[in-house]
Design a binder for this molecule. Sequence first.
Ligand code: PEP
Length: 248
Amino acid sequence: MKRKLVVGNWKMNGMTASLREIQKLGTAHPAPTVDILVCPPATLIATAAGLMAKSAIEIGAQDCHSAGSGAFTGDISAAMLSDIGAKAVIVGHSERREYHKESSALVSEKARSAHAAGLIAVICLGETEAERAAGQTLAIIADQLDASLPAGTTGDNTVIAYEPVWAIGSGLTPDRTQIAEVHDFLRDRLGERIGTSGAQAIRLLYGGSVKATNAAAIFAISNVDGALVGGASLLEKDFTPIIKALMD
Ligand code: PEP
């Protein structure tokens, strides 16, 4: 049985003092019935991984380069992340697709590199507000999924996060029918690509303004196996109710 998963994406937030929040999470959830992954900024990964090594909290990264090593000033490879204790890496977040002009082809390369380094790739995709208004949501999701998924994708090495761009950090969320439509579509499309049982094994996360007050309703939707949480993952007191809602 696949375990449900909640991922915290700290984005470019968090100084060394913020590690206390991850330690509090470990204390609050000594034996969780779901997987908990926190992705702090790269500067905190090694220390966080060391501090949480004996806990149920896994530490991940927010991005990696597609190559294993080389002349890429300022970049970090998946192998380097693995070396400092990361267990997973987010790839294709809409903020990287938008601000760094990352294509789905590059996202696929990054996911392939993550797999090669033994990391779980959390592949993000989602439509913009204009694309939804134009009735293009499923076409965009299909294109992004098809092009972002590397060969060799399995439930053990890949998580898919559906994050409507317009819902991220906005306080807006799609209604339950809209989330179900995309998640059901993702499950079917994954089935066409890697077979039904392979598709069933992949955790499908919803992301975009998840908070304590809407988490339980979102987790009740078909084919939602957890959440990718931004703002509400920064403080243990905000993240814990979301984790508890997933465990219920
Ligand atoms: C995110 O950054 O992936 C995200 C979902 O952010 P928020 O929860 O703040 O909308």
